[in-house]
Design a protein around this ligand. Structure first.
Ligand SMILES: Cc1ncc(COP(=O)(O)O)c(C=O)c1O
Length: 375
């Protein structure tokens, strides 16, 4: 019998900059007397991130949600936008905040991403875009999605909140679609405590994106349109600059832990593990398992509760589906009968602890507990 952990095993722990290096950066900010408003650190971060993410253009924001809201404006989206219900609330809310009607599309059983084969049937004369999510950093079928977008003259805005550093056949994930949004929240593999970015290759879009994050100002006296306050500050940008040096090592650690989980859990009946995709450079942001209650003997919810008794914090990520939120469930496309795969997946997935500082022994112990629980 494996004993419960004496301290909670958290689902994630933030990547932290070296404190001495941060102090040097803070001294530089203090002596500049500029704490916000597109300062030196933000400009440096944008240059370094553009190079890391392989994007011609980038704008950083105070969080990923405001970045997505602004992206809808920059791309002039309106009417209806086809998206996935299997995502974080922010994806769909960003549409609603722009008075755009979300249209929910079912997902693929293996990747949990929007199913491109279901998109065309949802297109109407009001559709202006597709908003897919690279769920858990696994790239969507970017080729098929682009083909549909080209055929119907739709924009593609990717929610790449989880996909920092991911590549498809050597091509950066930011290279696909009209725009991608990355979240730099502290729970992400790379972060600026709170923050986010939009990447795109059209230089004309940057001027608008930067203006919209700064109240719609152009210069100091000209307000072109109703913007918002979506600015990243200098201290957060400094954290971002330092963490860019550490993110590759973090991804390497997470890959190792992912492999430990996969090796240890691969033969457990009723547990399906995520696998690497061919040609994809992964970033290992989450370790997600799927539970088949008939074969494993426990439901996902039972496993979740039992893990808690062992002081292991797992997460039902993404549950509930956005299409089942009170604010969206009356939309016709939100009907459960139209989203059978998404509903099945949301009821059976569980995210296990994964971060670079998770000890190998702890991973082994978590796996023993999961195996031992099977009735
Ligand atoms: C898929 C997805 N989209 C959007 C967001 C919103 O990002 P943020 O928390 O930076 O606002 C998140 C994350 O938290 C997310 O997981």
């Amino acid at each position: 019998m494996v004993e419960p952990f004496s301290e909670p095993v958290h689902i994630t722990r933030p990547l932290l900059p070296d404190i001495e290096e941060l102090k040097v950066m803070l001294e530089s900010i203090w002596s500049s007397n500029q704490l916000s408003n597109n300062g030196k650190m933000v400009k440096q971060l944008e240059l370094e991130l553009a190079a890391y993410l392989g994007s011609e253009q980038i704008s950083v924001f105070s969080n990923g949600t405001v970045a997505l809201q602004i992206a809808c404006k920059v791309l002039r989206l309106e009417g209806e936008v086809i998206t996935t219900p299997f995502t974080f609330a922010a994806t769909v809310h960003s549409l609603a905040w722009n008075n755009i009607k979300p249209v929910f599309c079912d997902i693929e059983e293996d990747t949990f991403n929007i199913n491109p084969d279901c998109i065309e049937a949802l297109i109407t004369q009001d559709t202006t875009a597709i908003l897919p999510v690279h769920v858990f950093g696994n790239p969507c079928n970017v080729k098929k999605i682009q083909k549909i977008a080209d055929k119907y003259n739709l924009k593609v805005l990717y929610d790449a909140a989880h996909a920092f550093g991911v590549k498809v056949n050597g091509k950066p994930i930011a290279a696909f679609g009209d725009m991608s949004m990355f979240s730099f929240h502290a729970t992400k593999i790379y972060h600026t405590i709170e923050g986010g970015a939009l990447t795109f290759n059209n230089p004309y879009l940057k001027e608008r994106a930067d203006s919209l994050r700064n109240f719609g100002l152009r210069g100091t006296e000209n307000v072109m349109e109703p913007g918002t306050n979506g600015k990243l500050n200098e201290v957060q940008a400094a954290v971002g600059i330092l963490l860019l040096k550490k993110v590759n090592a973090e991804i390497d650690c997470r890959k190792k832990i992912t492999e430990l989980y996969r090796n240890s859990l691969k033969d457990v009946p009723g547990i399906t593990l995520s696998q690497d995709m061919e040609g994809v450079t992964h970033n290992y942001p989450y370790f997600v398992i799927r539970i088949d209650k008939d074969k494993y003997g426990l439901t996902r919810d039972m496993l979740y509760e039992k893990l808690q008794q062992y002081n292991i914090i797992s997460r039902k990520y993404f549950y509930p589906l956005c299409s089942n939120f009170q604010c969206y469930r009356d939309i016709p496309s939100a009907a459960e009968s139209r989203l059978p795969v998404a509903n099945r997946v949301a009821d059976s997935v569980l995210s296990l602890p994964l971060h670079g500082r998770l000890a190998e022994d702890d991973v082994a112990r978590i796996c023993e507990i999961i195996k031992g629980m099977k009735p």
